[in-house]
Design a protein around this ligand. Sequence first.
Ligand code: R5P
Length: 311
Amino acid sequence: MKIMAGNSNLPLARSIAAYLELPLTDASVRRFADEEIFVEIHENVRGEDMFLLQSTSYPANDNLMELLICIDALRRASAKRITAVVPYMGYARQDRKSGSRTPISAKLVANLITQAGANRVLSVDLHAGQIQGFFDIPTDNLFAAPVMAADIQARYNEADLTVVSPDVGGVVRARALAKRLANAPLAIVDKRRERAGESEVMNIIGDVKDRACILIDDIVDSGGTLCNAAQALLDQGAKSVAAYITHGVLSGGAVARVNSSALTELVITDTILATDAAQDSTRIRTLTIAPLIGEAVRRISDESSVSSLFD
Ligand code: R5P
């Protein structure tokens, strides 16, 4: 097996390669003067089981195009099997027609990755599990929950914890984390979004009075969902609110919003390379997901069970 990386998150790629005790494949992924992407693989990959690491995070379109062109280069270089390892799958939130005459971009992206020549996909906390079905190739969806649960157990008294989903759609994810935390009680924020990009908290379902609340979600983008939920929980008598979110998209003024929010801490993973602002924030901490992805890559290559990683 060989590991190759696009440019979206080289520190994560290096950590995964280190876990597997492998070098990154010697390749250059660069730009022509007009910003077209050019990929050149400088070593033989014929007959290799290739794992290509690239999150399609900001700038989403450039990183997606890089992913597709790298897959094409590997396919034309006669790699035996190509696994697109996409820790953060951009466009995943566009997974249904949100209105008349709108696209399902998550399906289009799945088609593009497949048509480019990927044989498998490996991702982390896909926005919706059903996105696996958008691919007609095997797709493994890893969960950050074990990494988060270990961190929470090291820092909190489990008896004080309530796990909170910031919206109704996240209840399954929240329940899975609660199960790992001695079956902590659950609460749900009933969120209504009036306009795209804005969020409004309506009600808290469940008892959060005097509880240490852990908000869990797959994505923090503008930070609106999270910061509003944190304030609503405190208004209902919560003792403290921290958030564990897999993908720190953190666009626009999100870091400033988190810094001035009621959250004691926002914990993200390194599926997306943190911006300087996020790295400088004393309110934001990053957990690495590299050993989890590295172990899944090893098991895919060995053809052993990936799901047993989560037993
Ligand atoms: C929505 O369904 C997602 O799970 C996140 O809650 C959402 O993407 C977060 O967005 P924002 O941080 O912009 O409120």
